[in-house]
Design a protein around this ligand. Sequence first.
Ligand SMILES: C[S@@+](CC[C@H](N)C(=O)[O-])C[C@H]1O[C@@H](n2cnc3c(N)ncnc32)[C@H](O)[C@@H]1O
Length: 210
Amino acid sequence: MSDRPEHWNGVYARRAPQEVSWFQPEATMSLELIAATGVARDAPLIDVGAGASLLVDGLLAKGFRDITLLDVAHAALAETRRRLGPSAGTAVHYVVGDITTWTPVRQYALWHDRAVFHFLTAPSDRAAYRRALALALEPGAHAILATFALDGPERCSNLPVQRYSADALAAEFAGVLTPVEARPEVHRTPSGTPQSFVVVRFIRSARGGS
Ligand SMILES: C[S@@+](CC[C@H](N)C(=O)[O-])C[C@H]1O[C@@H](n2cnc3c(N)ncnc32)[C@H](O)[C@@H]1O
């Protein structure tokens, strides 16, 4: 059985949300790229490995009202639920699950993943992720994936990561996603350390899945 829930729940139990290395006070790049897709405010969006990210706060502020947050760590989603309080109403759906074993029960207009896919170092886990994504997105839907870049860290949260160039990330999703644009991003951890990311915006290809 996977020890991912134990690992990640432990991380969120030990550290305050603003102390984890991936914390962003505002998910600026993600919000910019989501705006670039032109996706409608009532369209269903999913943030895979959402953690306790403030992306959902930014989306709610912009009027999005069908947002699913999926994470293997129950503790992370509980923190977001506490932070948002009743103001989020029915706009936010919480799913505790591992993306490598999760089967979507509906489709989404947009898939967002910041710093999750890069933890999948086993080819079988990456194939499982692609299968879930292919099922979750109809042709023409959008995906935004952010991973550590080739000059980014080799590990995060005590786990090894797979680093990508924009081309290598696109190659991972060939036949499933078509790249639209790629942007570099330097994230500053709460302690001020720079971390190099690559962020790629895709469209779900007309055919194919893995
Ligand atoms: C580095 S954090 C990024 C969190 C958030 N996306 C952000 O940008 O703040 C990675 C998150 O992915 C979650 N995670 C790791 N592996 C996962 C998996 N296989 N399925 C679902 N969530 C996973 C962790 O619990 C953690 O919240």
